[in-house]
Design a protein around this ligand. Structure first.
Ligand SMILES: Nc1ncnc2c1ncn2[C@@H]1O[C@H](COP(=O)(O)OP(=O)(O)O)[C@@H](O)[C@H]1O
Ligand SMILES: [Mg+2]
Length: 350
């Protein structure tokens, strides 16, 4: 005879595709009926419109069919009540006071002295490279007004699932969990927002997104050292700062401002990456230092930070960004090798 217990045991192996916890643990299995060798599973979804309904059904059927004697499996859907949803959210986020979702996470805020240095490109590539080292990685696009992460990561058209006010599921791409304003609003809607609202949105990105346990959280800061990056950093006291610079920017011109920001927010500047360092043309394999050499290293020593390496100007990097195809996770590509080295240096600084 098939028992309910064995069926529930089997259902423990079925994870909610987004929350990545078992349906049993999430109280999503309302009931199991056993009629001879047929099993009927009643599942309660957060919403009937759940886009992952079919996947959940398939997974349930395949797990229960593994149970001896089972012939047919039927899945019946229901919807959670408001109270049930609330209960699930509390379970997910922990009861009582808002806990710090990054208590066991290395938070790396990526900043720059000025815009256009390739900060977002470097952040996205580094996130993918860290993930390919086997870490659980998140990425917050904190550049609300000038978001570009969705484009670079190739998730422009995706929308995060909002389970309930206060629980947003990040979008996953190449092993990285991402949240960006670009996935939440239509283009240009953000342009009218000012400081306080930007701050609220960033707080929501930290607390209202269901991040789960992460090893690394990379934050693409808004460019510069203005109020918005400053107050965000103040809300993340244990965060480290990683600076992206280019050889055209003289170290002296940005070191002061960046150092001032770090001192004011009490964050440590961990490292410096120099982007667009040199160009390798197709005809010769020589490195051409178009903008000069050594500014990144100079900046790192002025800030007392580690120098993590340089990234050349490469057409494939620009194309990868434009097409939303990040190559940094593939160790067989030149870009992959470069980022792998930088990721490993960052890993060892922790
Ligand atoms: N190493 C690189 N080689 C070639 N193009 C790059 C490189 N890094 C960035 N880019 C390109 O430079 C432009 C600006 O990069 P972006 O990451 O948006 O800068 P930021 O976030 O600092 O404003 C983008 O078109 C991007 O594809
Ligand atoms: Mg940017």
């Amino acid at each position: 005879m098939i028992s309910k217990e064995t069926i529930f045991e089997a259902l423990k192996n079925v994870l909610d595709p987004e929350i990545k916890k078992s349906l049993v643990e999430l109280n999503m299995i309302k009931d199991v009926e056993i009629l001879g060798q047929d099993v009927i599973v009643n599942v309660t979804l957060t919403t009937m419109g759940c886009p992952l309904k079919d996947k959940i059904k398939k997974d349930i059927i395949s797990e229960i069919k593994k149970v001896e004697e089972v012939e047919n499996v039927e899945v019946v859907y229901g919807e959670m009540t408001k109270e049930q949803k609330q209960e699930m959210i509390q379970k997910l986020q922990g009861k009582g006071e808002r806990k710090n979702p990054f208590a066991n996470t290395r938070v790396i805020a990526v900043g720059s002295g000025k815009g256009g240095v390739g900060k977002s490109t470097v952040t996205a590539n580094l996130a993918v490279a860290m993930s390919s080292l086997g870490y659980k990685v998140g990425l917050i696009d904190a550049d609300i007004l000038g978001y570009s992460i969705p484009q670079i990561m190739g998730i422009n058209k995706e929308r995060p699932t909002i389970i309930e006010e206060g629980v947003i599921m990040p979008i996953e791409k190449k092993g990285v969990k991402v949240i960006s304003m670009g996935n939440l609003i239509e283009k240009n809607d953000a342009l009218i927002w000012r400081g306080p609202i930007l701050g609220q949105i960033l707080t929501q990105f930290i607390y209202d997104v269901y991040w789960g346990e992460l090893d690394y959280m990379l934050i693409d800061l808004p460019p510069g050292t203005g109020d918005v990056p400053l107050s965000l950093m103040q809300s993340l006291p244990k965060a480290e700062i990683l600076i992206v610079t280019t050889p055209q920017i003289t170290a002296a011109s940005v070191a002061k401002r960046l150092g001032f920001m770090a001192a004011k927010t009490n964050n440590k500047i961990t490292g410096v990456v120099e982007n667009m360092s040199y160009f390798i043309c197709n005809n010769c394999s020589e490195k051409h230092f178009i903008f000069g050499e050594g500014e990144g290293e100079k900046l790192s020593s002025e800030l007392g930070a580690a120098y993590l390496g340089d990234i050349p100007l490469m057409t494939s990097i620009r194309e990868g960004s434009d097409k939303g195809n990040i190559l940094a996770g593939d160790i067989n590509t030149e870009i992959g090798k470069i980022y792998n080295k930088i990721a490993k240096k960052l890993e060892h600084l922790g």
